[in-house]
Design a protein around this ligand. Structure first.
Ligand code: GDP
Ligand code: IMO
Ligand code: MG
Length: 427
């Protein structure tokens, strides 16, 4: 029973931070398994608001051990400033564990991310500019720097040399930038070694031993299903696997250990950055969703693109992740519409299509087929149980559940920890 995965079912920003924090009080470990500080997870506790980028949201629950798994890419300067920011606010971060096998986002990875995007011009991905893609590229190219390399200066120097060999050619000859000095990078990285040392651990062993002892482990995804490098809207994706399988590779835990996979699903849809988005709105409804939902990026401050709920995507998320439950968030944002359109299928070149097309060309041509559901005007932010919701809000949730293929086990009616309707227990 003890291992649960919690992940984004759409294009990220579904409310994973809030959902993780809600469960944090009842679990022993919360583990980030992929991505890096491209994530921006908001947690609201009482009148305090926290924006977490690299740290698992479980860091705010005193009984919980937060873990950064091997599949994460770590920018040490961001990590250290996030830790000191929390310490200043009285949060104890001493339990944090970081995998020695996690890869490091080096300053040159950040540079390469930015210059590559600039070079792509109007074909750019709209990355967060945090060096995520280039760091994963180095990992796959076998020229990456890992956390454990910080503790062997000779190996670190050789690896930075190998990585910069090609990159400096590229930076100077192709992008017209200055070469990056090996010594400077090594010096900066060595400076982090002592500061990170208390946290570095064999997290694979720790987590598997915890599971053997029946401890509860929650894997917290960054980004979302449609941003997955394999299963998302490639190439407009991130460079890791937010989908459920990523929890196994990104933490070193076997699939047989995972008992529950919870998809976080916004009651409408948002996306940041470039790429196809069939239900995107360009009218005052889109503007209203952005305003009422506070849809502005936690990491980059960019306005999020907004649109109606897309059941085709939700069904796809159920399939590729093997979802057992949904946590539907931000239902309160939809209060006040007379009718709420929900995309139930696509029309692609004159054909009705019920499932997400695997062909990129088809997806780019997909037009939403909408069904209109009746809206509600009552304030739902104080609702504590499903029956507290107005009838039309109940019907909206039930319709989404039927279309999406997994039970909706919790509903968010506000950003706060307690503004949640729990239907089925997750633990
Ligand atoms: P994440 O990246 O998936 O953790 O999501 P973000 O934190 O980037 O964006 C979700 C935003 O919605 C945050 O500002 C949350 O505080 C907020 N939020 C989460 N759940 C709810 C909810 O049920 N209702 C409302 N109104 N806001 C919510
Ligand atoms: P959370 O965890 C929304 C998007 C970027 C860009 C693409 C690639 O808060 O849900 P990257 O920097 O990862 O190479 O950018 O992915 N993206 C996110 N969008 N929420 C996120 O994280 C995101 N992390 C990356 O906007 O389109
Ligand atoms: Mg976010």
């Amino acid at each position: 029973m003890p291992a649960l995965v919690l992940l984004g079912a759409q294009w990220g920003d579904e409310g994973k931070g809030k959902a993780t924090d809600l469960l944090g009080g009842s679990v022993d470990y919360v583990v980030r398994y992929q991505g890096g500080n491209n994530a921006g997870h908001t947690v609201v506790v009482g009148d305090q608001k926290y924006a977490l980028h690299l740290l698992p949201s479980g860091i705010l629950s005193p009984g919980c051990t937060p873990v950064i798994g091997n599949g994460v890419v770590v920018d040490p300067s961001v990590l250290l400033s996030e830790l000191s920011g929390l310490n200043e606010r009285g949060v104890d971060t001493s339990k944090l564990l970081i995998s020695g096998n996690a890869h490091i986002i080096t300053p040159y990875n950040v540079t390469v991310d930015k210059v590559t995007e600039r070079f792509l011009g109007k074909r750019k991905i709209g990355t967060t500019g945090r060096g995520i893609g280039p760091t994963y590229a180095d990992k796959i190219n076998r020229v990456g720097i890992r956390v454990q390399d910080l503790y062997d200066e000779s190996i670190l120097t050789q690896k930075v040399e190998a990585a910069l060999d090609v990159k400096n050619q590229m930076l100077t000859k192709l992008y017209n930038r200055r070469a990056i000095a090996v010594g400077q990078v090594v010096e900066e990285l060595l400076d982090y070694a002592d500061k990170l040392a208390p946290y570095v651990a064999d997290t694979v062993l720790v987590l598997n031993q915890a599971l053997e002892q029946d401890k509860v482990v929650l894997f917290e995804g960054g980004q979302g299903t449609l941003l997955d490098i394999d299963h998302g809207t490639y190439p407009f994706v991130t460079s890791s696997n937010p989908t459920a399988g990523g929890a196994c590779t990104g933490a070193g835990v076997g699939p047989t250990k995972i008992s529950r996979v919870i998809g976080i699903l916004k009651a409408y849809t948002t996306r940041v950055g470039a790429g196809p988005f069939p239900t995107e709105l360009f009218d005052e409804d889109g503007e209203a969703l952005r305003r009422i939902g506070g849809e502005r990026g936690v990491t980059t401050g960019r306005d999020r693109r907004c649109g109606w709920f897309d059941a085709v995507i939700a069904r796809y998320a159920t399939r590729v992740n093997g979802l057992t439950d949904f946590f539907l968030t931000k239902l309160d944002v939809l209060t006040g519409w007379e009718q709420i359109p929900v995309c139930v299928a696509y029309e692609i070149d004159g054909r009705r299509v019920e499932e997400l097309p695997y062909s990129q060309t088809d997806f780019h041509h997909a037009k939403p087929v909408y069904e209109m559901l009746p809206g509600w005007n009552e304030d739902i932010s104080k609702a504590k149980s499903f029956s507290d919701l107005p009838k039309n809000a109940q019907a909206y949730v039930k319709a989404l559940e039927e279309m999406s293929g997994a039970p909706i086990s919790a509903i968010g009616v506000g950003p706060g920890r307690t503004e949640t309707i729990e239907i089925n227990s997750f633990l």
